[in-house]
Design a protein. Structure first.
Length: 116
């Protein structure tokens, strides 16, 4: 299984970024795709997740509710994270991962920096 993230970068507070993650190398039709993040000196935090069911059930960390939106394209095996109203505390490496059964597969991560 391979996951490739893109879309990170630097932005000023209040700005927006859209992260993308393309997954390949598996055939399961039932899987959850998620984003988490790792900031220096902080614990890893699950940011958002979306299931493979019709409509895609979503879950968000309280810290990003109302600002971030996770979506997916089941045909492309891709997941996206639209991040709006970014804050300096959103600065972190963001990782995409897919959960198939009881196994997680991770991408390499993409840096998001929010600074004025």
């Amino acid at each position: 299984v391979q996951l490739v993230e893109s879309g990170g970068g630097s932005v000023q507070p209040g700005g927006s970024l859209r992260l993308s993650c393309a997954a390949s190398g598996f055939t399961s039709r039932r899987y959850t795709m998620s984003w988490d993040r790792q900031a220096p000196g902080k614990e890893r935090e699950l940011v958002a997740a979306i299931s493979s069911s019709d409509g895609g059930t979503t879950n968000y960390a309280d810290s990003v509710k109302g600002r971030f939106t996770i979506s997916r394209d089941n045909v492309k095996n891709a997941v996206y994270l639209q991040m709006n109203s970014l804050k300096p505390e959103d600065t972190a490496i963001y990782y995409c991962f897919v959960t198939i059964g009881a196994t997680n597969f991770w991408g390499q991560g993409t840096q998001v920096t929010v600074s004025s």
